[in-house]
Design a protein around this ligand. Structure first.
Ligand SMILES: Cc1cc2nc3c(=O)[nH]c(=O)nc-3n(C[C@H](O)[C@H](O)[C@H](O)COP(=O)(O)OP(=O)(O)OC[C@H]3O[C@@H](n4cnc5c(N)ncnc54)[C@H](O)[C@@H]3O)c2cc1C
Length: 480
């Protein structure tokens, strides 16, 4: 019997597992995919929003501002790539100015620190590549950029180190509420029993809730498509540049990434389920909208397009509730839920504590995490590391300077990478200009060597994305 089972290990499940791992109790996380952060958490704008967008008095406003401050501390503690670069919302015509003032007033009411309204010239002085059409801007110095999947992974790793169990490739297919109030969760690998359930299943949260009762919320999946540009475009802007938001969301942004690239997007397209296709129309919209605020973007330097799906919800606020004892929803986690995740996790713990379902704080807790990033070391540190382990002297990903030692670390971490993209998310191999064209085959070999997975069974990413289809001749990796 588990005390708590968390369904889903995106940033919300991971943050909740991290918070729960400080407390006594048997906690299990069930994740449908073969890795942490494979859903919306890996495909978004990667902004830790300052907190001026949500209307004052909403749960979203409170948790955004609280969460972004907590996220800053967590990223520092767990060695997650993070940069507090600040953000601008730009007004492209005088008609936008009242909207900027409204956001400023929201932000002041929400407790966002150091907000400033700038005129066009002041904004361009700080961000020279802004359009001449910019007539004003809201500047929020507390906004930041982050590696969203590493944020989730780091919290999940520390949770696992402190006793939380994680089962991957383990989708929950059925839930039964037993007469004693406990829950039996069915998965293809068998069933588990628990006193409490936390539904952090992202786009599937409504479906999970429907397994126990008729949901009182409805998720409306809304896709956002992006361009990711090469590092030569990475300093086109120094801040996150938003346009004025509308009813569809925060609009198309242009922003640096923590990895040194430029991200441009997203649009907002209602879709069915988890449809992450990129479309010619969607990308064309992103392109022509983005250049209104930053005209000089060189889209020929695009190295990847991708899309993420928002779990928009008809309640207009995060759904954090316990409608049945012991069953907690963390649903409708649209933007800014990445920013708010640690505060959302704390809300879940409060709901558990209210029902006497939260264990005492542990006496022994091992927090913190660090990882080797070879390219950021000094020459002396590099030499010392290579002497200790020559694998750090062999560069596998030449675009990003990722070494064999870092890839082996990723394959033996607390939550080991099992796929080529799993290695990419942990070590950065394949994130560069060639997008894994050169290093991919060697990463595949390393997965085979280190984890003993048959090369034919190594996935690019999720289940079914096999890289190799069959042997074309005798020999190969195993027998030379
Ligand atoms: C285009 C876009 C841009 C965004 N930009 C930002 C931003 O800049 N800043 C910000 O704060 N927020 C942003 N967001 C929102 C943010 O990405 C999400 O709020 C956050 O990632 C949601 O995390 P989650 O854990 O709820 O969902 P997910 O990451 O989707 O995790 C849910 C997990 O549940 C698993 N699951 C599903 N069904 C089952 C099952 N039956 N059994 C077990 N596991 C299951 C899934 O596999 C998945 O891993 C953006 C979102 C999008 C789409």
């Amino acid at each position: 019997m588990y005390d708590i089972v968390i369904i889903g290990c995106g940033v919300i499940g991971a943050a909740t597992a991290y918070a729960l791992s400080r407390h006594e109790g048997r906690v299990l996380v069930l994740e449908a995919e073969n890795d942490v952060a494979c859903g919306t958490t890996k495909a978004n704008s990667a902004i830790l929003h300052a907190g001026y967008d949500p209307e004052p008095g909403t749960r979203m406003a409170k948790l955004n501002v609280e969460g972004v401050a907590l996220a800053k501390e967590i990223c520092a503690r767990l060695d997650v790539p993070y940069r507090q670069c600040g953000s601008f919302v730009v007004a492209l015509s005088p008609e936008d100015l009242p909207r900027l003032r409204h956001l400023y007033e929201n932000g002041m009411a929400n407790g966002v620190p150091e907000l400033q309204l700038l005129d066009g010239a002041q904004a361009r002085a700080m961000e020279p590549n802004l359009s001449e059409d910019v007539v004003g801007a809201l500047y929020a110095p507390s906004a930041a950029i982050v590696s969203p999947w590493d944020f989730a992974l780091a919290m999940a790793e520390v949770a696992v180190r402190n006793g939380v169990e994680l089962r991957r490739s383990c989708p929950v297919t059925h839930i039964c509420r037993e007469p004693d109030g406990s829950y039996t969760l069915t998965t293809p690998a068998g069933s588990v029993q628990t006193r409490a359930v936390i539904n952090a299943a992202g786009l599937a949260a409504e479906r999970i809730h429907a397994m126990v009762e008729t949901p009182n919320f409805h998720i409306m999946p809304t896709r956002g498509e992006y361009y990711l540009l090469d590092k030569c475009e990475g300093s086109r802007v120094n801040h996150v540049i938003f346009q004025c938001p509308n009813h569809l969301g925060k609009g198309v942004l242009v922003a640096p990434t923590v990895h040194g690239n430029l991200i441009v997007g997203p649009n907002a397209q209602p879709v069915q389920g988890d449809d992450t296709a990129c479309t010619a129309d969607g990308l064309a919209f992103v392109k022509r909208t983005a250049v209104r605020s930053v005209p000089g973007i060189d889209f020929r330097e695009s190295i990847r397009n991708f899309a993420g799906v928002r779990a928009n919800v008809d309640t207009d606020d995060f759904v954090i509730q316990q409608t049945i004892p012991g069953f907690i929803d963390l649903a409708g986690m649209k933007s800014p839920a990445l920013s708010a995740a640690p505060a959302i996790a704390n809300e879940a713990l409060r709901l558990l504590a209210d029902k006497d379902m939260l264990g005492a704080e542990k006496q022994q807790y091992q927090d913190g995490r660090s990882r080797v990033r070879f390219k950021h070391l000094s020459p002396a540190e590099k030499a010392q590391l290579v002497q200790k382990d020559p694998a750090y002297g062999r560069v596998i990903c030449r675009c990003e300077t990722v070494t064999e030692g870092e890839i082996r670390d990723a394959l033996h971490s607390e939550i080991p990478a099992l796929s080529i993209d799993g290695v990419k998310r942990r070590a950065g191999a394949g994130m560069g200009r060639c997008q894994g064209g050169f290093c991919g085959p060697r990463v595949l070999e390393l997965i085979h060597e280190e984890l003993g997975i048959d090369p034919l069974d190594v996935m690019q990413d999720k289940a079914g994305t096999n890289v190799l289809m069959c042997k074309t001749k005798q020999g190969g990796m195993d027998n030379g």
